[in-house]
Design a protein around this ligand. Structure first.
Ligand code: PEP
Length: 257
C-alpha cells in the first residue's frame, strides 16, 4: 500500500476546503488500485470536510493537537475535540510547528500520548536542518527525535502509525534529497522503530517522505519499497499536481501488484 497525505497548512477556508476535498476524492474514483489518502485541512474546516470524506475510505487529519486534556489553554484544540469533529489522524511535530512555534521533542511525545489516548493516528514528522545535515548529524537527529517522540508510547498496533521523514531544508523549497539518501534514512528509521518496538508487526509503521514533492518527482519516490508514501504540502492544494501524484501512486501500485 502507498499513502498520500495532503497537508493543506493555513491555506484554505471552509468552503475552499470542502471543494478541494471533493476534487481530491474524484481523483480516486474508478481506479482499480489507488493509494490510501489522508487530507489535513485547517481545524475550522474539519467538521465540514468530514461530511465529504465520510464512507470514502479517505482519512481526515488535523495539523496539530494540544498535549493537554482540557482546561485553560487559550487557542488550543484537544485530541478529544478533534476526534469529536471526525478527525482520524493528526500531524505531530511538523517542522513549522517546531521551528516557528517552538515545539520540542518532549512536546511531540506528550501530543503523541494524547492522540493515541483519543484514537487519533499520529503522523509524526522528523527531519534535520541544513546545518545538521552539513555537520553529518542526520542519523543522530532522527534517533533523538524518534526516541523522544515514542518514549513511553504503547501503540496497540491495530492501526498503522505514520512517521514522515521531512528534512527541514526540503520543505517548500523545491530542493529534495536524492532518492538514495531518502531510502537510507527510511531504512534507518525502520531500524530505530524495530529496536523501540521489537514485537511490532511489519505493518505497524509506515514511513513516508515529505519535502517539495510534486507531480514530477512523486513517481521516483513512490517506486521505492522503503518509501510507503508521501506527505505533500504545497502540491496537495493544487489539484493538477495532486492528480499527477495520485496517478504516479496508482502506476507504482499496478506495477507492484
Ligand atoms: C509539508 O508541509 O509537510 C511539506 C512537505 O511541504 P511541501 O510539500 O510544500 O514541501
Amino acid at each position: 500500500m502507498k499513502t498520500i497525505i495532503g497537508n493543506w497548512k493555513m491555506n484554505l477556508g471552509v468552503r475552499e476546503s470542502v471543494a478541494l476535498a471533493r476534487s481530491s476524492l474524484l481523483l480516486l474514483r474508478g481506479k482499480k488500485v489507488a493509494p490510501h489518502m489522508v487530507i489535513c485541512p485547517s481545524t475550522i474546516a474539519l467538521s465540514e470536510v468530514r461530511k465529504v470524506v465520510a464512507r470514502s475510505g479517505c482519512g481526515l487529519g488535523a495539523q496539530n493537537v494540544s498535549s493537554e486534556e482540557q482546561g485553560a489553554f487559550t487557542g488550543e484544540t484537544s485530541a478529544r475535540m478533534l476526534f469529536e469533529v471526525g478527525a482520524t489522524h493528526v500531524i505531530i511535530g511538523h517542522s513549522e510547528r517546531r521551528h516557528l512555534f517552538g515545539e520540542t521533542d518532549e512536546g511531540v511525545n506528550a501530543k503523541m500520548l494524547k492522540a493515541l489516548e483519543h484514537n487519533l493516528t499520529p503522523i509524526v514528522c522528523v527531519g534535520e536542518t541544513k546545518e545538521e545535515r552539513t555537520a553529518g548529524h542526520v542519523k543522530k537527529v532522527i534517533l533523538h527525535q524518534l526516541g523522544t517522540a515514542f518514549k513511553t508510547v504503547r501503540p496497540k498496533f491495530s492501526e498503522t502509525l505514520f512517521v514522515a521523514y521531512e528534512p527541514v531544508w526540503a520543505i517548500g523549497t523545491g530542493e529534495t534529497p536524492s532518492v538514495q539518501e531518502i531510502v537510507e534514512v527510511h531504512t534507518y528509521i525502520r531500524e530505530i522503530l524495530g529496536e523501540l518496538f521489537p514485537t511490532a508487526p511489519e505493518t505497524a509503521f509506515a514511513v513516508l517522505y515529505g519535502g517539495s514533492v510534486n507531480g514530477e518527482n512523486a513517481y521516483s519516490f513512490l517506486r521505492e519499497k522503503e518509501i510507503d508514501g508521501l506527505l505533500v504540502g504545497g502540491a496537495s492544494v493544487k489539484i493538477h499536481q495532486l492528480k499527477e501524484i495520485v496517478d504516479a501512486a496508482c502506476e507504482v501500485l499496478i506495477a507492484q501488484s
